[in-house]
Design a protein around this ligand. Sequence first.
Ligand SMILES: [Zn+2]
Ligand SMILES: [Zn+2]
Length: 162
Amino acid sequence: MALDLWESSLQEKASELHGDAWHITITDSIEPDKQASDWFQYISGSFAQFTCSLCKKSWMSKRVLVVFHFHLDTAKEEGTIKLRRFKQKCRRCNEARMEDPNFPVENIDVLIERLVEKIRMRCYKEDLGEKNRPSVFKGIVNGPHETAHCEACRLGVCTQAN
Ligand SMILES: [Zn+2]
Ligand SMILES: [Zn+2]
């Protein structure tokens, strides 16, 4: 379900990807700045919502880290994108699990749009110049960031830690 949103957003941009077949996979196995050789990286972040699977409480976070690693196999004409979305856990439940973020579909579209720009520049050597960015993210939340409950903070890569 969550993957479908990313994959369908990507496929809407397929015409910009030179006829190659690109697909996206969600994984916890990649880390920021540790992409394999011949792979490229795009790091960003967006507003997202979390829901605790134990108490069902929801909370919002203004900048949840997302990391994309991407690679084009020119012989196979296939592109692979790995996506990691950093998790958070409920601060009320003692046995809380790390939960996946839910991003607004509009923000998924913006992230994919920017990712596709990076793919065109890195994998296809397109010169896109300094484009102005008309697309903006939706959703602003104020309030303290719960670093103790944030997976990105634990790894020292969080962009919203104070
Ligand atoms: Zn909870
Ligand atoms: Zn954090």
